[in-house]
Design a protein around this ligand. Structure first.
Ligand code: ADP
Ligand code: MG
Length: 271
């Protein structure tokens, strides 16, 4: 895996192939169907929104795609391969990366250090001589540092690179979270409520960064978010879940005009 080459998906990548296909996915807890016959696709290069009332099964679906929950039934086809039930670290290496509602930065590491600790794989020390290993580690550290610095400049966090991450604002922590993603060879990035805990002005910045990461760095996103402004600004298509299944999908205008969607929200836990 080549570090320092974030544009690893090639030309003609935007909005073409299917990246992920969720087919008749199901998850039961005890006898309760949290997700049921859930099917949708995510196209490479898209920013796909996943919305729906509380309890619709959005987070459980993310958990299954990221390998944090094992599906009870159905398939998750990622780049042509059924990955349902694989553990999270395997999916991470395949390029599926999930970020969390609650930022989990290392508070007592600097912003730069927070990025430098992310890289997923270490060179295998065992097969190399000590001398070769030292060279490899030195080379690797340089590459990791360059990649971290590139991410911090991209995200406008360069000026706070030597601050402790614990001192960042809520919005800056979200940007750092995106930075951690940029340290991996992520293809599909699952964002669970990137807007939570972010003040409105920084919200615009987080939004803008997601959009630029898609355009300039070729990431594909799927976003769960309650803030409909963010969804409307970024996402196409938008998938609406209710009671564990997909209710409908479309553009924001199509979804706003859909009476069933309105009823699902009114009937949901968060009415
Ligand atoms: P959403 O993210 O759309 O709000 P969730 O996927 O978190 O919905 O939850 C869907 C349903 O599954 C909810 O009724 C929730 O209470 C239930 N649920 C989620 N995780 C568990 C679990 N680990 N054990 C039991 N029930 C769960
Ligand atoms: Mg949720």
């Amino acid at each position: 895996m080549a570090l320092g080459t974030p544009n690893h998906h090639g030309i003609g990548y935007l909005q073409k192939a299917k990246m992920l296909n969720v087919e008749m996915l199901g998850k039961t807890f005890g006898g309760f169907h949290a997700v049921k016959n859930c099917s949708f696709e995510i196209k490479a290069g898209s920013i796909t929104g996943l919305i729906g009332p509380n309890g619709a099964g959005k987070s459980t679906t993310f958990n299954m795609i990221a390998g944090e929950e094992v599906p009870t039934s159905g398939k998750i086809i990622f780049e042509g391969e059924n990955v349902a039930g694989l553990p999270g670290h395997k999916l991470f290496h395949k390029g599926i990366v999930r970020t969390f509602q609650i930022p989990h930065e290392f508070k007592r590491l600097t912003v730069l250090e927070n990025l430098m600790v992310v890289p997923p794989s270490q060179p295998g020390e065992n097969i190399l001589s000590n001398f070769m290993a030292r060279l490899a580690v030195g080379q690797r550290e340089r590459e990791v540092r360059e990649r971290a610095e590139d991410a911090l400049k991209f995200l406008s966090l360069w000026h706070v690179r030597d601050e402790f991450a614990g001192k960042l604002s809520g919005g800056q922590k979200k940007l750092l979270e995106l930075g951690r993603t940029m340290m991996t060879d992520a293809k599909l990035v699952l964002l669970d409520e990137p807007g939570a805990g972010v003040n409105p002005s920084l919200m615009l910045e987080v939004r803008g960064m997601i959009s630029r990461l898609r355009q300039e760095r070729r990431y594909t996103f799927c976003i769960i978010e309650h803030d409909m402004d963010l969804i409307a600004a970024l996402c196409d298509p938008i998938i609406v879940m209710a009671a564990g299944s997909v209710l409908t999908k479309g553009t924001m205008a199509e979804i706003r005009a859909n009476q069933e969607v309105l009823e699902a929200y009114l009937g949901g836990d968060d009415a």
